[in-house]
Design a protein around this ligand. Structure first.
Ligand SMILES: Cc1cc2nc3c(=O)[nH]c(=O)nc-3n(C[C@H](O)[C@H](O)[C@H](O)COP(=O)(O)O)c2cc1C
Length: 186
């Protein structure tokens, strides 16, 4: 069956937003990608699932590299512009610069990276594959810079959120859990 865009069931997932930067036939570009996932520790591999008609697809296919910049809580405007306009018709980077956002040149790839993101990852294209109606680009991590001051923005139910940590189970609860699990040990 289909699980369509904007369906309340689809919207139950909570994700970070990968701001995918690329450089190619459409020039320097940026798109929002909620389907950004860590696949492997060693080597570090990250997958991004991108619709086939996006300018980002042409850019990554030609350059064989891309940036993944996890959107920070104070960057929702960036996510809305990167996700609301296509690089085939708009110079989103130019517009974002005018709106006060800043970029820097990647050190390992010839692609702009987003200043002030919660995490900046430079990737080589490791593999391209297709699942259903999206193209999955798997990137091999060449460089990853954490910005500890900047929590990641969360996307859920078509809205932007920030994370609040919940209290972990108490010592007594953990003790009780351990005691029950011991009785179910195989
Ligand atoms: C919050 C948000 C998340 C998005 N996530 C994805 C995604 O995971 N995959 C995708 O193909 N498009 C996603 N989009 C839509 C693209 O970002 C949008 O189509 C964009 O214009 C593509 O840019 P491009 O044509 O310059 O590559 C998302 C949009 C928003 C606003």
């Amino acid at each position: 069956m289909e699980l369509p865009w904007n369906d309340p069931r689809t919207n139950k997932f909570a994700t970070t937003i990968g701001l995918i930067t690329s450089n190619g036939p459409h020039g320097s570009n940026i798109m929002s990608c909620e389907w950004t996932h860590h696949l492997s520790y060693n080597p570090g591999l990250i997958a991004v699932s991108v619709g086939p008609n996006k300018a980002t697809v042409d850019n990554i296919r030609q350059s064989k590299e891309f940036g993944i910049n996890l959107c920070a809580v104070d960057q929702s405007i960036l996510s809305s512009i990167a996700g609301g306009y296509s690089g085939s018709s708009y110079d989103k980077i130019g517009a974002l610069r005018e709106l006060g956002f800043q970029f820097y040149h990647g050190t390992k790839i010839n692609t702009l990276m987003v200043k002030g993101a919660s995490l900046n990852i430079e990737c080589n294209l490791f593999q391209e594959t297709s699942f259903g109606d999206h193209i999955m680009f798997i990137g091999e991590v060449l460089d990853a810079i954490n910005n500890p001051e900047k929590p990641s923005l969360i996307y859920h139910d078509g809205k932007y959120w920030s994370l609040n940590a919940l209290v972990k189970p108490s010592k007594e609860e953990r003790e009780q859990m351990r005691e029950v699990l011991e009785r179910y040990k195989k």
